[in-house]
Design a protein around this ligand. Sequence first.
Ligand code: SF4
Length: 469
Amino acid sequence: MSLRPQATIPPVPDDTARVARAAFPRGTPYLVLRDRLGAVFADADFADLYPRLGQPAYAPWRLALVTVMQFREGLSDRAALNAVAAVEPAWLRAIAPPEWHERYDRRVEEWRLRIGDAKRAAYIAQVGADGFVLLAALDADGAPRGVADLPEVALLRRVWARQFERVEPSEGGEGGARLRPVKGRGPADRVESPYDADARYRSKRTTSWSGYMVHLTETCDAGAPRLVVHADTTPANVHEGPRTAPIHDALAAKGLAPAEHLVDSAYVGASQLVEARVRHGIDLIGPGRRDVSWQGRSGGAAFSRADFRVDWERRVAICPEGKEATNWTTCAKKGHGRTGKTFIHVAFRAADCRPCPSRSRCTRARSPYLGRAIAVLHRPEDEALAAARALVEAPGRGGIYAQRQGIEGTISQGVRAFGLRRARYRGLAKTTLQHVATAAAVDLDRIAAWLGGRPLAPTRTSRFAALAA
Ligand code: SF4
């Protein structure tokens, strides 16, 4: 398949235009976009994806547009056992008990498992035990050659090792399997599903899911439509902080690195602040992660890290009672033994803290031979974090950070109007494509609204909240 690029997209034939206007007398976003913007994609945009030789392919600009329209309109489009059945049906028929057909002939859907906790637990244990039986049969003498090496079987083995543990037969009873507790699954192989080896588990506040996470970046310039300019997709267990730098790299590669990037606290750490400024000249604006120490959670009743000053020239930390600590030790950050990232551990003298009238607000150390200790970042990081917090908390700047709320509306639009929360495909690569197409669909919608004079919807205020306004 090769590409014979069309230099220019042909104009819409007169008859087609007439029929379209007759069919949609009040117009549609697509008519507005074609009339006002002309062609959205060009063949040249896709030229490097095609080989030089071969049959001419269908015009890629048209395919790309259809894909984006498909996501805008929400148009629509089982694993080891089926693989084994396809390769060795006679062997599988011989080892499969009749109950397996009752359990696995039909795809397992969540609604079929709404049978009460006890029955559900028994069903899951039975599925686990069946899987161990199948895997043992595949490993036994007499198993057909090569079947145990099928990728689907290898994946089943990984999933079962993560999700289930064997239950040894008790006296007079039968052995079986049980689901491992979430915290007992271990950090190594986090594969969650035999249907999708890339999907991962995540629990965030009150929501848990297996799958992916998408990070959307949109513009928020005054007087212009808000457009999604980047969609970054990762397995769900990849946290936000490590994605800040790759997102900035991608924006810079597209020539879209912003001067200021408004983000929520999960994307802001001291190293991200410094890196964004040094590498791309981006001011990362966000509140930083909360101080989760007991002092930080006291609401100001106790002395948190922010209550201590640092004199960088003298390498001294000064506490709220004016005592100075010069005992500085450089330590590896937790989990960063290999990356070399360090922080400074500063310990105050026990002789200063023991008689201190504020001791109960400062340290819970029981030993009278221990004083307060604080963790201090290296100067560029420490100062960047303090500046970022001050920027967000400063009265005049609250407005700029408030603009970040717009992305919540975008995510809501993506979820409600374009099915963003349901992966249509399996695998990271295809799910990434889904998210890019969804972002493009959101943009088409917003450009059409902008050109059609439809204003940005204001944030909804409940009638009760409006009473206080
Ligand atoms: S307990 Fe020690 S570090 Fe804390 S305020 Fe008192 S003297 Fe300062």
